[in-house]
Write a protein that binds this ligand. Sequence first.
Ligand SMILES: Nc1ncnc2c1ncn2[C@@H]1O[C@H](COP(=O)(O)OP(=O)(O)OP(=O)(O)O)[C@@H](O)[C@H]1O
Ligand SMILES: [Mg+2]
Length: 291
Amino acid sequence: MARAGQNTPLEGIDFGPTGRIQTEFPEPAPLSEHGPARIISLCNQKGGVGKTTTTISMGAALAAYGRRVLAVDFDPQGALSAGLGVVAHDTPTIYDLLLGHTKDPHEAIVSTKVPGLDLIPANIDLSAAEVHLVGEVAREQILASVLRKVSAEYDVILVDCQPSLGLLTVNALTASHGVLIPLECEFFALRGVALLIETIDKVRDRLNPAIKLDGILATMYDSRTLHSREVLERVVEAFGDSVLETVIGRTVKFPDASVAGVPITDFAPEHQAAKAYRQLARELVARGAVA
Ligand SMILES: Nc1ncnc2c1ncn2[C@@H]1O[C@H](COP(=O)(O)OP(=O)(O)OP(=O)(O)O)[C@@H](O)[C@H]1O
Ligand SMILES: [Mg+2]
């Protein structure tokens, strides 16, 4: 019996870190036409679990497979914008789109150094958005109406949420077809996930019946520690096949790539972590979460 965390070569079969037989996900076929986009929120109210890193790295990997990707920075910290080398000083941001200061999302979209990967940036202004939006009509649906205007031009839109379950995150979930939950492989990882799933269920009941859990992504996994392996085993016990086969290892290459303002897939394309994010991109295509 293979257990999560054991990489047992049983009669030549490779069990991955999640304890399942490892699948070779094929390279995605090129798309002959683009859009409409599938919108995926990267969501976990716990901070520092890899939401932004995953948005950048997976976005770049999907773009390298010929997908047209729009990344939306939905965190006032602006880490996604910074990680893609974009500083939004006096250009329109997602805040201006939400508040209606800027009507056309094209005015806020910037291209990044990664071909095929565009960005709607954010800055600290966004921290005031919840207060301003509270009194709006259909306040949970504002991001959805913004993204609808550009959806036809992209294959996938990735919304990098802030670590909270407030109105902005509810907007992200309401706009999304799917949600991807990055989960750090450490002791408190599972804390709060029940609340997150409850929030997704409420959004499904009240606002967005079609939303799906696209997957739970284990991040910062260290195969050398029993602790990491045990946490992953618990996560697989709790969520079964919702846990993606791809697991992201812990490595200092990520902070290094962030400083350089480029995705790991460009910073160190042959590094294990870059390979893992390319595999994640292929797995999501294989699962039908991305065209
Ligand atoms: N697999 C990894 N191995 C090592 N460090 C990582 C890994 N993934 C991300 N990091 C680092 O951990 C920190 C937090 O990652 P990241 O910003 O992606 O998390 P987040 O969930 O977006 O955080 P927040 O909730 O604050 O938005 C960053 O410094 C990042 O470089
Ligand atoms: Mg983040």
